[in-house]
Write a protein that binds this ligand. Structure first.
Ligand SMILES: [Zn+2]
Length: 146
């Protein structure tokens, strides 16, 4: 006893095919519950046709094509997921590199400021030395005696 549902709106849990989980119509309702959770047995078209074909009830060219398309689709989805993961990893690496660059840039700026300070101190010492030297060369210069 079973019921072929064209629109799968009013499905009981698990609301889809017992093999693949698809809730896309048409859905074959086997009118049976299983497991402690009383899950309803459903099969999507791909799987009820596959069951019928494997049981030798129908010929399989269209089904083979359908399964091949689905395999390709699953592989593409997997590929897409992997690309997404790779993209996320690359973005994380890039953010780390940018943060490190900012850190290095701040350090470099600090070093530049320190170099400017030292240069200013050196200039002050040089000016003071020049002034002292000039003063000792004045004719009225007398060295201080202790
Ligand atoms: Zn299925």
């Amino acid at each position: 006893m079973f019921n072929l549902l064209k629109t799968p709106e009013a499905l009981f849990a698990p609301h889809g095919c017992m093999i693949c989980g698809s809730g896309k119509g048409p859905i074959l309702d086997l009118m049976q519950e299983f497991s402690a959770q009383q899950l309803r047995l459903y099969l999507c078209k791909i799987h009820y046709v596959q069951v019928a074909r494997d049981a030798g009830l129908i010929k399989g060219d269209a089904m083979d094509e359908l399964l091949r398309v689905r395999e390709t689709l699953t592989a593409k989805e997997h590929e897409h997921e992997q690309l997404g993961e790779r993209f996320t990893a690359l973005r994380r690496d890039l953010e780390l590199l940018l943060a490190r660059y900012d850190e290095k840039e701040a350090e470099a700026e600090h070093e530049r400021q320190r170099a400017d300070q030292l240069q200013q101190q050196l200039n002050d010492v040089r000016e003071a030395t020049t002034a002292t030297l000039a003063a000792t060369q004045e004719p009225e210069y007398e060295p201080a005696l202790d």
